[in-house]
Ligand binder design. Sequence first.
Ligand code: ADP
Ligand code: MG
Length: 321
Amino acid sequence: MAGEFELIARHFTRPGRRARAAVGLGVGDDCALLSPAPGQQLAVSSDMLVEGRHFLSTVAPERLGHKALAVNLSDLAACGAEPLAFTLALALPRGDDVFAAALARGLFALADAHGIELVGGDTTAGPLNLCLTVIGQVPPGQALLRSGARAGDRLWVSGRLGDARLALEVFRGTVELAGGDFDTVRRAMEQPEPRVALGLALRGLATSAIDLSDGLVGDLGHVLARSGVGTTVEVDALPRSAIVAAQPRELQHRCVLAGGDDYELLFTAPAGQDEAVRAAGERAGVAVTPIGRIEAAAGLRLVDADGQPVSFNERAFDHFI
Ligand code: ADP
Ligand code: MG
């Protein structure tokens, strides 16, 4: 057991680390001081993770540390921003050193993979809750926004959809999976990989982007609404793992269309740029799949391989409904 300042000093302070020249002053004073590269805009985003809401109490603390930072980095990725630093506001039920050490391990492993540093935060007693703020930089006018999709653009998605939702259904007891398959989808749920490199590679190429945190239908809806356009998506063409593809069709639809926690990028690009988009995916080391065309007529139309309408009624995830 440890007190507030011992926890900060032992687990969340790494003296002398300035992963980026942007970090002038890190943990230990009243403010952190950051210097973005001259002329760049700061990109800032926060995401809070609450036990029982965003993660299950069964998650290993190391994975929780990873996920808390990953979901925040995913927002920077969706904007095409280069991560610089982050803060951590943390409520812990107890001054539990073992838990804090494991949490910090997961957090810093991902931070180091992206060359960014924890520069401040707050630590308090309370129900387990992590609120991170990430700070990145992007050249003015180059941030990828939800509002830029235009009729004729192609719609793309990175990686595969639905593994995390399938894991959640196993935890809920509605689905059974063999041990190895469960481990695979559970890892997708607990340790998503933020698509930072892809976001950077899509600067100047994608016309709009969003990261998938609440399921494709809901998040695509945000892009369509903000851009004032519509689209038709062929449901059976949505990329999914062999594990998801082995499930009954209804469940597959739930996983790929409403599977929160995918943290893939959904983006649009001019149809003439297909090769450039594929090259960007290759540079970033992630598959990119075309899933539809942006159309002038508003709304999302779901169809099967024969062009027949697919009905899907599950609403997008909403914490208050
Ligand atoms: P203040 O009283 O000014 O809010 P605190 O005493 O809460 O400062 O925190 C002391 C220092 O430790 C500050 O630099 C703060 O940013 C940092 N800090 C507190 N909690 C964390 C944390 N969980 N992770 C990283 N830095 C933290
Ligand atoms: Mg404080």
